[in-house]
Design a protein. Structure first.
Length: 178
């Protein structure tokens, strides 16, 4: 029986290293599918993990062997249990894990309602729901809302393209013909 070893990072080197496995290996994680399911972009994950988009893309390769510390960074960035990042077995989730996943989704929904509503009565109901969920499962403390779709960008998110002026001739005469 032969063993295939990848290059592990040396002490003090990048902790987010990925070790490539043979193509015949089974998938080791579901980072990309969980990220897409949560509606989070690679750019956001890279910012939350303080790394580059290319590193995020490389780490999403389901055949890559990640360090545990990298997996925990993904857990924090995506705000999901580590178990959701690992490849599902053919067996259904155990009852406690399935219930935790359901409670996590309910908490994200309640926090989203709490943060986005302007009606006092709805805020009170959402806060009550959040408090009750925390009684059931204290580790849900700090769970964030669902990502906003079509969220406005801050000026710092636009990049250099907003600073570049395009010549007016590029856009034609603007319909001012005589």
């Amino acid at each position: 029986m032969s063993t295939v070893l990848g290059n592990l990072p040396e002490t003090g080197s990048d902790a987010s290293a990925v070790v490539a496995l043979p193509a015949s290996s089974r998938p080791l994680h579901r980072l990309a599918s969980v990220r897409r399911r949560e509606g989070i972009s690679r750019r956001t994950v890279a910012r939350r993990m303080n790394t580059t988009i290319s590193d995020v893309k490389r780490q999403e390769d389901e055949g890559g062997d990640l360090l545990l510390s990298t997996l925990y960074k993904w857990q924090d960035a995506l705000e999901v249990p580590v178990s959701e990042l690992l490849v599902d077995s053919d067996q259904p989730l155990s009852s406690p894990v399935g219930n935790r996943a359901k409670l996590l989704r309910i908490m994200k929904t309640a926090v989203t309602i709490l943060e986005r509503t302007r009606q006092t009565s709805i805020q009170r109901m959402a806060q009550t729901l959040v408090d009750q969920l925390l009684e059931l499962m204290p580790e849900l403390e700090g769970v964030g809302p669902w990502p906003a779709v079509g969220k406005s960008r801050l000026p710092s998110d636009y990049g250099q393209v907003v600073n570049r002026r395009m010549p007016d001739e590029l856009f034609g005469d603007g319909g001012d013909s005589d």
